[in-house]
Design a protein around this ligand. Sequence first.
Ligand code: F6P
Length: 338
Amino acid sequence: MRIGILTSGGDCPGINATIRGVSKTAINHYGMEVVGIHSGFQGLLTKDVEVLTEKSLSGLLNLGGTMLGTSREKPFKRGGIMGDVDKPSLILQNIRDLGLDCIVTIGGNGTQKTAAKLAGIGVNVVSVPKTIDNDIWGTDFSFGFDSAVTIATDAIDRLHSTASSHKRVMVIEVMGHKAGWIALYSGMAGGGDVILLPEIPYNIHTIGETILARLKKGKPYSIVVVAEGIQTGTEGKKRAAEYIAQEIEYETGIETRETVLGYIQRGGSPTPFDRNLSTRMGGHATELIAQGQFSRMVALQGSDIASVPLTDVAGKLKLVTEDHDLVVQGRRMGICFG
Ligand code: F6P
């Protein structure tokens, strides 16, 4: 078999480890040929590809980003670099021209949707969930998430120094798009006093009261972790951290500073957990191909790697719920979720 592999959407730690997992398993175990497609679905439209070899697959396990490059090209949306071309038909033609029996798509929610559509027009597709946001339905965790949480937790740990020395409130904004997974996991691991998630509505007076109550208990500083996707009442004008910091200072009179962590969260080496998750997911994706089980996304369910139909995943989001154990235990300990 000759399989194509592409990475689409935002970069994240563990993509290269997944490319390695898919490709080495394909070449060494199944005797398949692997073709790397550059720049996501864009490369499938322009036939920008390279054959992957043992040599090109070296040094990937701990390497950040994606050796294939990525883009946010959506082949089922008209326009973009191809003008008015019928992109799905062009992709079908290019897959035939390149002699590909199957495509492995590594990406987030947008990619899963596109993969499901490609399967719908007859392409053999197997997909792997990739995102620091951890918001892909059907998998308990996506690779990249643990690395992002590790980076964000380290950043929160470091903010404690300024918070306690200056007796300030330090607000940190973390990524996550519409989901609060990074804020929840890094906020809890970093000892946040207030953690704000898009999924849980907050009241700014309650947050102010929590911070003032801490002051009365002899704790003159606080750490506030906010997800980028929370409602701010100033859509498009202010970042979440800026808005919340300004409101807290107004409510409490305590000097408050904000930090936006940004793209640092998705750069650099994956954690050992993400390297192993990527390796397992990559290997299982190739196994699905060998078994002829297409139109599926590899998924972590508990401690096992399974797979789910792409049609079940497409268009859904996995969000934090109020009964998540970290929220329940956090609330019992006095952490304010808004
Ligand atoms: O999905 C990953 C992510 O980093 C989100 O957390 C963030 O909202 C988004 O990508 C940023 O996208 P872009 O790379 O297009 O700025």
